[in-house]
Design a binder for this molecule. Structure first.
Ligand SMILES: Cc1cc2nc3c(=O)[nH]c(=O)nc-3n(C[C@H](O)[C@H](O)[C@H](O)COP(=O)(O)OP(=O)(O)OC[C@H]3O[C@@H](n4cnc5c(N)ncnc54)[C@H](O)[C@@H]3O)c2cc1C
Length: 638
């Protein structure tokens, strides 16, 4: 199966989206109510899409596994959301945001998608302000901005350290209005466990009610997956504990192409791991790098407390290595630099896997009150977790898994290669290439949900002649039977090892062999170790309780079983991409000073993986990437 056309419209970059919007077919307003759309996920991408589609007149069934849409992982986003408003008059523009994003992603994203993202970014802020999102304002009352990594302009809008929460409350109010009007039927605590596909066209989904255990089928004219990222494959990550790959992986198994799974973002500013008791890591927002300075002692093994290390014995390594971007160098680069200094024995903290993020200079320059106003809640959170006061002692930080750029392949219309199956937000692969810039995920989720999908989904519905299937159709009954069989298999696991222990073992293996640095030997080792681990899971794991009841052990087992297969796919992708680019750092391919070395000749493409049946190696296809508006340059932040 070749990769379908990307459907990028012809014409100049800046006119593509307007032209495309005009050329797409519309659904007559009176006909919209005849269509039903399923939206799986109620984070920023899902909520904004469900609310917008319902506002347009479509009937929407929206699903999430949490008890409320407001608890989606998006709520955790701290730092902010980018938009090319140029309120600071510091040289920003749509083209600059586009360029920064393409360069930040190490030239591995589609130009047209990224330009559209930059273009609609300005509308997002207006939309959110209209919804009452309380963005920070400057002394004159205008919206304030701060800087994030990989950019030399200030374009990040924020609401203290709770931007995701405030944006989600905005999207949730729009969603609630439609729930009250009866246009959105909200199904919380309901997990999608499979996709119903007939002749490569999506016809609905099969779900499990997480409270009663009931398995149900839902039919629709189109399905939207807004199910977030798969970083919890690594066990320890900054993502919410429930984040998983199940929906996307089921779609992959039903024929959807999975693009660039090996692009995993490792964020440089997380609270370091303290031991095996942890099940989750905490992010300290990238915004802290606006004022915090990152350093380690110059001398390996220097165990003195930070305040006893004189200035000339400190190495502000990011400022030294990347004088132009300094502490605001992009995430992949900052993370690798932190790993490098720790590998040299200069890491701080009990296990030597940490670097300092120091606010002493900023407090001296701006006063404690200003720092408190900017980051007060983050400082409080840090102190609660570590029992150290960051106003007095530098924070200790270390990289951790945070975001996944890979995801289901989509065309310019955000439709996968399965007709009618659209994928938005972190669940798709589309906009960030091999590395995402900070504050661009919220932008993408809301761009997809508020401003792109409502047009492109309409075009699909207007140009597709299909009769909706009944949920009692044979295709649904067959998929339901398969879902039930899998649940039965899981609840029959009565071994002696906990599911969590398998997840932890898989995560450690992925982190060690396919983490910040990867090489062919390590990836082959991972590929040799994952299948036996999976086999052991199906023999030795224990899942308590039954299928027809609230059973969190079963929920977790299903997700871990998927990770045990998906990890292998990710390693195949990392092995075959025999170059370094962005977050994917193949140790064999680096410049003499340790920077990622791309191979544009062989790898300037999207890798799209096709499922070939259990136990068989998936097939790798490619979508070539063309750059007509930016030059494929060496990505330098020096
Ligand atoms: C700690 C942290 C801080 C961050 N800070 C920022 C920031 O400052 N700026 C920025 O731009 N980005 C930030 N990010 C990234 C950003 O928050 C996410 O990429 C974004 O919120 C993802 O939104 P989403 O709507 O795609 O998915 P999510 O918010 O993850 O929502 C996924 C939804 O899918 C549902 N779901 C998943 N699987 C199923 C299933 N099988 N069945 C039913 N429902 C399902 C879930 O219930 C949920 O509703 C941060 C990330 C983290 C971890």
């Amino acid at each position: 199966m070749p990769v379908p056309p990307s459907r990028v419209p012809s014409g100049p970059l800046a006119e593509k989206w307007s032209k495309h919007k005009f050329e797409m077919k519309l659904v007559n307003p009176a006909n919209k109510r005849k269509f039903t759309v399923i939206v799986v996920g109620s984070g920023l991408a899902g909520s904004s899409a469900a609310a917008s589609l319902a506002e347009l007149g479509y009937n929407v069934d929206c699903f999430c596994y949490q008890d409320s849409p407001r608890r989606a992982h998006s709520i955790a986003a701290q730092g902010g959301i980018n938009a090319a408003k140029n309120y600071q008059n510091d040289g920003d523009s749509v083209f600059r945001l586009f360029y920064d994003t393409i360069k930040g992603g190490d030239f591995r994203a589609r130009e047209a998608n990224v330009y559209r993202l930059a273009e609609v970014s300005v509308n997002i802020i207006d939309q959110c302000v209209a919804q009452g999102v309380p963005f920070a304002r400057d002394y004159g009352g205008l919206l304030a901005n701060r800087s994030f990594g990989g950019a030399q302009v200030s374009r990040t809008f924020y609401a203290r350290g709770q931007t995701g929460q405030q944006l989600l409350l905005g999207a949730y109010s729009a969603l609630s209005r439609q729930i009250a009007l009866g246009k959105v039927r909200m199904h919380p605590r309901t997990e999608m466990l499979d996709l119903v596909v007939v002749d490569n066209t999506v016809r609905g989904i099969v779900t499990r009610d997480l409270v009663s255990g009931r398995i149900e089928s839902w039919s629709a004219d189109a399905v939207v997956l807004a199910t977030g990222g798969y970083g919890n494959l690594y066990f320890l990550s900054t993502m919410c504990a429930g984040a998983n790959v199940t929906a996307a992986f089921r779609a992959y198994k039903r024929g959807a192409l999975f693009a660039n799974p090996c692009y995993v973002q490792i964020h440089p500013t997380c609270i370091p791991v303290t031991g095996d008791h942890q099940s989750k890591l905490t992010l300290m927002s990238e915004s802290l790098r606006n004022d915090g300075r990152i350093w380690v002692p110059k001398r390996p093994g220097d165990k003195r407390p930070p305040n006893q290390i004189p200035e000339d014995e400190r190495d502000y390594y990011l400022e030294r290595m990347y004088p132009s971007f300094g502490n605001l160098s992009p995430r992949d680069i900052s993370s690798r630099a932190a790993k490098k200094v720790c590998d040299e024995g200069r890491g701080v903290g009990e296990f030597g896997r940490g670097v300092y993020l120091d606010f002493a200079d900023a407090i001296k320059r701006l006063g404690r009150k200003t720092i408190e106003e900017r980051y007060g809640n983050l400082f409080e959170m840090y102190e609660k977790i570590t029992a150290e006061n960051p106003y007095e002692v530098p924070m200790r930080i270390y990289p951790a898994v945070h975001y996944t750029m890979g995801g289901l392949w989509v065309d310019y219309n955000l439709m996968s290669n399965i007709n009618g199956l659209h994928v938005i937000g972190e669940a798709n692969f589309s906009d960030h290439g091999a590395n995402r810039l900070g504050a661009s995920a919220l932008m993408q989720g809301l761009a997809d949900g508020y401003f792109v999908l409502p047009y492109t989904l309409g075009h699909y519905l207007a140009t597709t002649k299909l009769t909706r299937l009944s949920p009692s159709d044979a295709a649904f009954r067959q998929t339901e039977a398969e879902v039930r069989a899998r649940i039965q298999k899981l609840v029959s696991l009565k071994g002696t090892r906990t599911v969590v222990s398998f997840h932890r073992e898989l995560g450690k293996l992925m982190w060690d062999l396919c983490g910040m640095g990867r090489n062919a030997a390590g990836l082959k080792e991972a590929l040799a170790k994952i299948p036996p681990l999976r086999e052991r899971f199906w023999k030795e794991a224990i899942v308590t309780g039954a299928g027809e009841e609230l059973n969190v052990a079963l929920e977790r087992a299903g997700r871990v079983a998927d990770f045990l297969e998906f990890g292998e796919l990710l390693c195949y992708d990392a092995l075959e991409r025999d170059e370094s680019c962005g977050s994917h750092f193949r140790e064999e391919h680096q410049t003499p000073d340790g920077e990622a070395k791309r191979d544009d000749e062989r790898f300037c493409h999207v890798a799209c993986w096709e499922y070939q049946g259990d136990g068989n190696k998936p097939l790798r296809h490619v979508e070539p990437l063309q750059f007509e508006n930016v030059e494929l340059g060496v990505r330098s932040y020096k």
